[in-house]
Design a protein around this ligand. Structure first.
Ligand code: MG
Length: 392
């Protein structure tokens, strides 16, 4: 029969790879529902190929556009829209698992809706755990729902923790590629263009996460994601730069033993682990790993002076409460402004720091979901006058 899968964010990089895993494993999964922001051309192709029962589009106007295109087909797919559409898709009673692969804070409410209805959640959206990790994990525990991470580092840690006693784990070591600007001088970073930032050395990903990898904010968000997902204190997590992206993360045991999860950087591996968990699929489409060809694996300290976003994420993690949501929202705004050519690459951390400083007077230490959504909205509306081609 196969498991019924809903994908929130099916036209993005992870969504497309998830559909590839599904079509490469015939009989294992059915596509029940798909959702996207505004890419109705690709969504239409996915509808024709996978024949879902329902789809949802987020962007205003996209529903009309899609329905117009659907008129020329025989499809009887139901079309939802907006945030409500994502929530309806994520909580459909026919779904066995929901893959949340949208980028940004908009992943939060569909994730909570899926948990509420006791769906297995395959979570690629790290921002959800950064903004509201305590609430999301609390609800998941209450509903006895497993959240299986798709983020490669967290999939690695999840897999490693499956085989050990938690009390025997000393620390978690998250690897970082270092991004395309590792080793750049401060002067060179000032001149970085969106085109340069969008070229990641190892992983092929969407625009937002690729810029986050270049600023190291991605690693900062992943540290907070790991704290929430695995219930870890900040001082139990280390970050090491590993430019080859072969080791996806490690755990150090009390007896000094280090366990690592490895492989070529290929998102189909963590996606298929999340979909099939607690089983593993036997697949033949992943390139066999060649240690000799992989050659040297190297490691270095992350440079938080040149890449202050990582330090800002540590600050937000230490402070907790509403601060990580503000860090995340300000980062989303800053990355959007950088990609639009409105601010410089080096303005991104300055913009975020101002938003975080501005939030101190409104900070809530033990926030409700409403407090988090309000802090997120205020941080998005906050303009620290970083904008302008002249920079700060
Ligand atoms: Mg990652």
């Amino acid at each position: 029969m196969g498991k019924n899968i809903v994908i929130i964010g099916s036209t993005g990089s992870i969504g497309v790879s998830t559909l590839e895993v599904i079509s490469n494993n015939p009989g294992e999964y059915n596509v029940l529902g798909l959702s996207c922001n505004s890419n109705t051309d690709l969504l239409l192709k996915q509808i024709k190929r996978f024949n879902p029962r329902f789809v949802s589009v987020y962007s205003p106007g996209a529903k009309d556009e899609l329905e117009h295109k659907l008129k020329k087909t025989k499809s009887s797919v139901r079309v939802y829209e907006g945030e409500e559409g994502n929530i309806a898709a994520a909580s459909d009673k026919g779904a066995d698992a929901v893959v949340v692969s949208v980028v940004g804070g908009i992943g939060l409410l569909p994730t909570l809706a899926a948990i509420e209805k006791k769906k297995k959640v395959c979570l690629a959206n790290k921002e959800t755990l950064v903004c509201a990790g305590d609430i999301v994990m609390g609800e998941a525990a209450r509903k006895k729902v497993r959240i299986i991470p798709i983020d490669s580092e967290h999939s690695a840690i999840f897999q490693l923790l499956e085989g050990v006693k938690r009390a025997e784990v000393k620390r978690v070591i998250i690897t970082a590629s270092g991004g395309p600007f590792r080793g750049f001088s401060a002067a060179a970073l000032e001149k970085v263009t969106p085109e340069q930032a969008l070229k990641h050395p190892n992983w092929s990903m969407g625009a937002k996460i690729t810029v986050d990898s270049a600023t190291l904010m991605n690693k900062g968000l992943e540290v907070i994601e790991a704290m929430k997902l695995f219930g870890l204190e900040l001082d139990k997590i280390s970050v090491v730069v590993h430019p080859q992206s072969i080791i996806h993360s490690m755990i150090e045991m009390n007896d000094g033993s280090i366990l690592a999860q490895m492989g070529y950087p290929d998102m189909r591996i963590p996606i298929s682990y999340a979909l099939s968990y607690p089983e593993r699929l036997a697949v033949d489409y992943i390139k066999p790993f060649d240690f000799v060809k992989a050659g040297r694996l190297s490691f270095e300290e992350p440079d938080v002076k040149k890449f202050p976003c990582l330090a800002l994420a540590y600050d937000a993690a230490r402070r907790g409460g509403t601060m990580p949501a503000v860090l995340n929202a300000a980062n989303e705004s800053a990355v959007r402004d950088f990609l639009a050519g409105r601010i410089k690459f080096t303005d991104i951390p300055k913009f975020i720091k101002k938003a975080m400083d501005n939030h101190l007077k409104e900070f809530v230490a033990a926030p409700s979901l409403e407090d988090i959504l309000a802090a997120d909205a205020r941080a998005r509306a906050f303009s620290p006058k970083t904008s302008g081609r002249k920079g700060v």
